[in-house]
Design a binder for this molecule. Structure first.
Ligand code: GCU
Length: 604
């Protein structure tokens, strides 16, 4: 997307609200449970690397929106070029474009999407055009009129379209541009594939004129028998009686929302706490006078006490693995419960009680499936590597993505950590940027723990010091270390110890080594399964020696596509640190970690 549009978008971001939030507050909460028309399926596309569908030949935006105007030829002499024809190619939505057509695998730029839908409007209803995500920037048009734009490739966004939807045939056009930019979040350098497109569900949500826009229902901080939270209505009738009900436990509360549609509540509830061992979910109903919504919610507490992490008041060790949002076997971006169930079942079977969803908010199918299967979750915004720490637009973008990540998943029992960043370089501007993000996260959700994955720092050749100044703003300090891979030989781990300046828990958020499945040699032959397994065998005793270590996430569950990993015959543009190959085959290191996690789970 041209700088001019990014500048406009930046101005909107800085104005404190992305153009796409047409109503106060935020997203329609629990979108998957709402009455809606799915817009998934084949969409017509036009590949537009020069953005000729949006800019004229002097690079000014085309006044009527170009392809967004969705014009059709006015007759046989109409020389219209910017139009979708019946013969236009199509792409499936949801889905990245890279894995749908071989010629799109490496494509970075703009692809236009277009589809029509029939609608019969009903009085007293409101309509929202909702996107689960679009990577990376989207400009959305309905019936030829620009609705707005959104930046950020991994969080939902929506536009109120109550007045814009017509009875009969409607046409949606979306310009999706996944070009990377140094001032973006993430910036232009990452260690994952830049999957572009309408990568998650698209739907037209249909709610009453005044509806339950958002709600937060969790245990009161520190309590295992009292539920607390809030509800927010949006619409003309903001003052209503609202009942929050957990039928299975016969617990409920009735509140009156105020002039802004908001009310807080707290009530005793005799519920079984959610845990990985017993992922008990309850039907929770939020019943206003004009709208009601229901979903499955688990109740648990998470807190730190000194250098311990307490789940439901008891110390927990997080046996984890990191996961990119890349579908197993099929490859491409995860967008379904099926994809999520495969990946999270693989983690569960390995003995995990914890997963780090790297390095960006995953499809909500992942957090809902983690709720269902019983896995604790580290959820992260893509503040990754070298972000422009002194650029207010980058901060506003990061904060918006953080706020939406929390807004979408704040009722997910599985989510215990909000992660502010990954491997960011030390510096005052960076620490200020991340401290602000952490403060924002706490203001939005005081019940979860704040973390970040920091870089390794040695205080002497055999001592890793946990002393990143960012740590003062975190509850749990993540630390990425690659002893045996980027850092010395595997045996180096036998002589390294950790110290910390913080009376806080630490989690090793990354460790591992690369090996293509089926490539063999002795323990010292790099790029072999034996070498990778040997790294794990030396890592584990080192990690066991760290008294303040309360969790670990191996990097990574599955090999994943990466443009920075070209090694022919070994990487072939995959990062091969997976414990599974990209075809779902288990490597030797899988069994080393699995046996360790099973021994931990058995209390040995
Ligand atoms: C980094 C980074 C990951 C990356 C990994 C690697 O620490 O956090 O995103 O893929 O290490 O180099 O394999």
């Amino acid at each position: 997307m041209r700088e001019s549009v990014r500048t406009t978008l930046a101005a909107v971001l800085l104005a404190g609200g992305i153009a796409c939030y047409a109503q106060q507050g935020g997203l329609v909460q629990n979108a998957s449970a709402r009455q809606s028309l799915s817009l998934n399926g084949p969409w017509k596309i036009i590949v537009d690397p020069y953005e000729a569908g949006y800019y004229d030949f002097h690079q000014h935006p085309i006044p009527d929106g170009g392809l967004g105007a969705n014009r059709v030829p006015a007759g046989k002499s109409d020389k219209l070029e910017l139009t979708f024809l019946p013969e236009s190619a199509t792409l499936q939505v949801p889905g990245d474009w890279n894995t749908q057509k071989p010629e799109f695998l490496w494509y970075e730029g703009t692809i236009w999407y277009q589809r029509e839908f029939q609608y019969a409007k009903r009085p007293g209803r409101r309509l929202f055009l909702w996107f689960g995500a679009a990577n990376y920037q989207a400009i959305v048009f309905l019936n030829g009129k620009k609705l707005g734009q959104h930046e950020g490739g991994f969080t939902p966004f929506e536009f109120e379209v109550t007045g814009a939807v017509r009875d009969g045939v409607n046409a949606v056009v979306v310009k999706v541009d996944d070009q990377r930019h140094p001032d973006a979040v993430p910036p232009n350098m990452t260690d994952w594939w830049n999957y572009g497109g309408l990568t998650r569900d698209v739907k037209l949500i249909d709610v009453p004129e005044t509806f339950v826009q958002d709600y937060f229902v969790q245990f009161e901080k520190g309590s295992l028998n009292r539920v607390a939270g809030w509800v927010r209505l949006d619409g003309a009738r903001k003052r209503q009686r609202v009942v929050i009900r957990i039928p299975e436990s016969s617990a409920s509360a009735t509140v009156e929302t105020d002039d802004s549609g908001y009310a807080r509540f707290a009530f005793d509830a005799n519920v079984i706490p959610w845990s990985p061992e017993n992922p008990k979910l309850y039907d929770v109903r939020v019943e206003a006078e004009t709208d009601s919504v229901e979903e499955r919610i688990g109740f648990r507490t998470i807190e730190t006490k000194g250098q311990k992490i307490l789940l439901n008041g008891k110390p927990v060790f997080l046996r984890g693995v990191s996961i990119h949002a890349e579908a197993p076997i099929r490859a491409g971006r995860v967008f379904s419960e099926g994809d999520a169930t495969v990946l999270l079942t693989w983690a569960k079977e390995m003995g995990c009680n914890f997963v780090r969803l790297a390095h960006y908010p995953h499809d909500e199918a992942m957090t809902r499936t983690a709720d269902r299967l019983g896995l604790l979750v580290w959820s992260e915004v893509p503040v990754y590597w070298a972000v422009q720490w002194e650029n207010p637009v980058a901060y506003a973008n990061a904060e918006q993505q953080l706020a939406t990540m929390i807004e979408r998943d704040h009722n997910r029992a599985s989510v215990i950590f909000w992660s502010m960043a990954n491997e960011t370089p030390l510096g005052d501007a960076r620490t200020r940027f991340l401290a602000s993000l952490a403060a924002k996260a706490r203001s939005l959700d005081s019940t979860r723990l704040i973390t970040a994955a920091t870089l390794t720092h040695y205080s002497d050749p055999s001592t890793i010091a946990i002393d990143d100044p960012l740590g003062q703003y975190l509850d749990v300090i993540g630390c990425n270390e690659y002893i045996g891979w980027y850092d010395g030989a595997p045996t180096k781990a036998d002589h390294v110890n950790f110290t910390t300046v913080y009376d806080k828990p630490m989690a090793i958020s990354e460790f591992g080594a690369e090996a293509p499945y089926g490539r063999h040699g002795d323990d010292d032959t790099v790029w072999t399964e034996e070498f990778q397994a040997n790294v794990y065998r030396h890592q584990i005793p080192m990690l066991q020696r760290i008294p303040f270590l309360q969790g670990m996430t191996a990097w990574i569950l599955v090999d994943f596509r990466c443009p920075r990993r070209p090694l022919a015959g070994i990487q072939d543009y995959y990062n091969r640190k997976g414990l599974f190959s990209d075809r779902g085959q288990k490597k030797q290191a899988y069994y080393v970690l699995r046996d360790y996690y099973r021994s931990l789970a058995a209390g040995k």
